[in-house]
Design a protein around this ligand. Structure first.
Ligand SMILES: *Cc1c(COP(=O)(O)O)cnc(C)c1O
Length: 465
């Protein structure tokens, strides 16, 4: 908790400015203010097991609302196209230094607006249109920007996609075959729904055998990597990208990082790989950076450097393992046989599909997402699987024994729900009431950080259905 002398008073210009902003919003635009308040309460009162979510720390949010946003700062620290950049230069240097420290990186670019942009930027730095890349198929757990046909990455480049083997593990043998046959310039790895450890060294060895670069997009597991709980790709890959809002609990934004290859010469022999990234971010892909977001990244990195983060990361992992175990005990088919990270992917019961499971659970204030599973014949908007993640429940302070409770609640709903046409379903009122009440109890006992009155107004709250 923040001690009272740190709550900004009359002596703090920035604090009063931010406070004025909220007051003005409430007075001048009550409609929007009400929606923001409702959204805030929705987050407090629901149990989010959405794997691609985190909770941005209030101190990070305060930074994103600060007046530093007013600075237009094209270029890099010490080399801008506008005056007035003295402090944004210091802030950007701070964000870079802290990020280097968190990830043990030699080069960091903190300007990418998001992880998708970071991936496109790496591709623009080292590829020409028409070049060949190898990436993970979207429906196997890759990301759109890894070469999906509906994404720019799939339109600009010739893509050969790998996926999972029959055990649900990345098919490194197929990746190596694709590399041998098609001689790609880039191999993209990193996943959105993969519960197992990624072998970055093995991927680098495959890439080296054909002279390809490796891009590791670690968006989903960046927090575990920062905490040393998953092998780091910083040196194994040429380029590592991530967003900052999922497992790093920071602002919405992206990063590009490099390790031992930062000073390696690019194929043209003239510039280093990190110099190519610098000019690919600006001026090739982006204009002025979001300086408030860069400041918020610095704040998020500061929090990651606090030893307390390792405890959180350990709880993320322990919770996911406990969830996987408990669901297996309830008879669910957990894909990959368990989890090494924050993700648990399981097959929805035979009578249901992913969409109905997601909707029925949301009716009881438990948030998950439908997800395709290996060999899935359903479309991504229906899907046969359910993906869970433990980032938010770990932040709330729930531990492995509460994961048993969560698994029981999930099972109570999925067992009781009766499918209707399309995405419709019927859920017994008694089950819904009982599970919602239990969810409210968990949210009250394990409030989000800085929840001002966790016990008072959560009793009997609940969402409108
Ligand atoms: C979420 C995700 C992204 C997209 O991140 P944005 O910052 O929203 O662009 C990219 N790659 C992977 C692997 C992701 O999981």
């Amino acid at each position: 908790m923040v001690s009272p002398e740190h709550i900004p008073g009359d002596g703090s210009h920035i604090g009063r400015y931010l406070g004025h902003g909220i007051g003005a919003l409430r007075q001048e635009d009550p409609d929007l203010y009400r929606l923001l308040e409702l959204e805030h309460d929705r987050q407090r009162q629901t149990l989010s097991l959405v794997a691609s979510c985190g909770i941005t720390d209030p101190s990070v949010l305060a930074v994103t609302g600060a007046s530093i946003v007013n600075v237009t700062a094209e270029g890099y620290p010490g080399n801008r196209y506008h005056a007035g950049c003295r402090y944004v230069d210091e802030v950007e240097r701070l964000a870079i230094e802290r990020t280097k420290q968190v990830f043990g990186a030699k080069y960091v670019n903190v300007q990418p607006h998001c992880a998708s942009f970071a991936n496109h930027t790496v591709m623009q730095a080292v590829l020409d249109p028409g070049d060949t890349i190898v990436g993970m198929a979207l429906d196997q757990g890759g990301h759109l920007t890894h070469g999906s046909p509906v994404n720019l990455s799939g339109k600009l480049f010739t893509v050969h996609a790998y996926g999972l083997d029959e055990h649900g593990v990345i098919d490194y043998t197929h990746m190596a075959e694709l590399a041998r046959t098609h001689r790609p310039k880039l191999i993209v790895c990193g996943t959105t729904s993969y519960p197992r450890t990624i072998d970055f060294d093995r991927i680098r060895a495959i890439a080296d055998s054909v002279g390809a670069y490796v891009l590791a997009d670690v968006t989903h597991i960046a927090g575990l990597i920062a905490a040393g709980l998953h092998a780091s790709p910083i040196d194994a890959a040429h380029f590592t990208t991530t967003c900052t809002f999922k497992q790093l609990y920071g602002p919405r934004g992206g990063l590009i990082m490099m390790g031992r290859d930062a000073e390696a010469l690019a194929a043209d022999g003239k510039r280093t790989l990190s110099q190519r990234i610098q000019s690919a971010v600006f001026p090739m892909m982006q204009g002025s950076p979001e300086v408030h977001t860069i400041a918020a990244k610095a704040r998020a990195m500061g929090r990651l450097l606090d030893p307390a983060f390792r405890e959180l990361a350990e709880r993320i992992q322990a919770n996911a393992s406990a969830l996987a175990r408990a669901l297996t005990a309830h008879g669910y088919d957990v894909i990959g046989g368990g989890t090494d990270n924050h993700i648990v992917l399981f097959r929805a019961p035979e009578k249901l599909n992913g969409l109905i499971a997601e909707r029925a659970l949301e009716a009881c204030d438990i948030l998950v997402n439908k997800n395709k599973i290996p060999g899935d014949t359903r479309s991504a908007t229906v899907a046969s699987g359910v993906r869970l993640g433990s980032n938010t429940v770990a932040l709330r302070g729930l531990g492995p024994s509460e994961m048993d409770t969560c698994a029981e609640l999930l099972h109570a709903v999925l067992d009781a729900v009766e499918p209707g046409d399309g995405g419709a379903f019927h859920l017994d009122d008694a089950v819904r009431t009982q599970v919602s009440a239990e969810v409210r109890r968990l949210c009250r006992d394990f409030p989000l950080p800085y929840d001002p009155a966790p016990s008072a107004d959560l009793v009997g709250a609940g969402t409108e259905h």
